[in-house]
Design a protein around this ligand. Structure first.
Ligand code: UD1
Length: 342
């Protein structure tokens, strides 16, 4: 069992991954600056696993803090790097902040890893790196093409920075995990998605509308070339997604990677429309969502879904949770969270 450093470990995907790592027997050190998460997440992880992860409130773009933390844990074997800004629309409005945060973090992290000779990295990437023109289903063999947002470009650049570093260091092994649309919450209801302010993503907007926090859901675009006119996405359960990180870490630490640089798509392999999401949510949770159509959102693509066969072949990972269950867990989490914070 290994000691794993997780940046962004109190965030949505980070927290679920920390829980899975601990359940698998690993020791976890979290670094998070809490810019988009809260410290009570640690309590939720502890309630699920019986163990509290080691936590540092720190920014991984700060080389001094990062060096000190690596110094206190000389037995770190691998890093999972989640810490990043992730809102597409916000990145269009604030490009410099996105480049500064997302690029400085990866560069600083790699520099400190180089200094401390930690040579295993799992990088939190996105399907957005394939760009606007890529043919569906998206497969890892496709090259990156121009993407629609600064957020997407930071993910592309991070992958390129990692590739350049791998080329310069024959001891360094890295796996990029390219997520499609992560949704859901831990079935225990102890951790889940917790966007600060108005949510950008579909599922938290739906759960907050159902909870009465938001007046109405706007469905962006009804004129896409899709069966019902609304956009198609490949929704992947967050617990399934987290398990892939444990497999990726194990592959790196056990020396099973055949090449120094790998990328895996993590999706369910199916395009689901916004309308189908609303209908399924209403059905499995027996609630009604108030919604109406609005114009297309800037930067959105009509349809995105994965060819996730490489992850199945090489990581022995595949999506297992059905959509209705993810949407039930998301609603369960939202209700529990609202009750606790009344
Ligand atoms: C985007 C990124 C993805 C990133 C994710 C993280 C792209 C292509 N995808 O996903 O890489 O990891 O953000 O934030 O850049 N929708 C509504 N009403 C709403 C919110 C969303 O109709 O209030 C629709 C969107 O138009 C979209 C779908 O729901 O069709 C999913 O949207 P969202 O959850 O924001 O994720 P993406 O934009 O697909």
């Amino acid at each position: 069992m290994s000691k794993i450093l997780v940046t962004g470990g109190t965030g949505f995907i980070g927290s679920h991954t920390v829980a899975e790592l601990i359940e698998a027997g690993h020791t976890v050190v979290i670094i998070d600056n809490l810019s988009n998460s809260e410290e009570h997440v640690l309590k939720g992880i502890e309630q699920i696993t019986g163990k509290r992860p080691i936590f540092y409130k720190a920014d991984c773009a700060n080389a001094n803090d990062l060096s000190r933390i690596f110094g206190e844990h000389p037995d770190i074997e691998a890093v999972i790097h989640f810490a990043a800004f992730k809102a597409v629309k916000e990145s269009i409005d604030k490009p410099l902040g996105y480049y500064q945060n997302n690029l400085l973090s990866i560069i600083t992290l790699l520099q400190v890893m180089q200094k401390t000779k930690v040579n295993r990295l799992v990088f939190s990437s996105s399907c957005t790196i394939y760009g606007e023109k890529a043919p569906l289903p998206l497969s890892e063999t496709l090259p990156m093409t121009p993407t629609t947002s600064p957020y997407g470009r930071t993910k592309q650049m991070c992958e390129e920075i990692i590739a350049d570093y791998v080329a310069a260091n024959n001891q360094f092994y890295s796996i990029s995990l390219r997520y499609f649309n992560p949704i859901g919450a831990h079935p225990s209801g102890k951790i889940g998605e917790l966007p600060l302010g108005t949510p950008n993503n579909l599922i938290p907007y739906i759960t907050q509308t159902a909870a009465g926090v938001r007046e109405e859901l706007k469905v962006f675009g009804n004129d896409y070339q899709t069966p019902d006119g609304t956009a198609l996405r490949d929704y992947i359960d967050v617990v399934d997604l987290s398990k892939a990180h444990v497999k990726a870490v194990d592959r790196l630490v056990n020396g099973n990677s055949s090449t120094q640089l790998e990328a895996y798509n993590l999706g369910a392999g199916k395009g689901i429309s916004v309308k189908e999401i609303i209908e399924t949510f209403e059905k499995v949770n027996a609630v009604k969502i108030k919604w109406s159509f609005a114009p297309r959102r800037q930067g959105d693509l009509p349809s995105i879904f994965a060819d996730a066969s490489k992850a199945k072949r090489e990581l022995n990972w595949e999506a297992k949770t059905v959509l209705g269950e993810s949407l039930r867990n998301a609603w369960h989490w939202e209700q529990k969270y609202r009750k606790l914070n009344k």
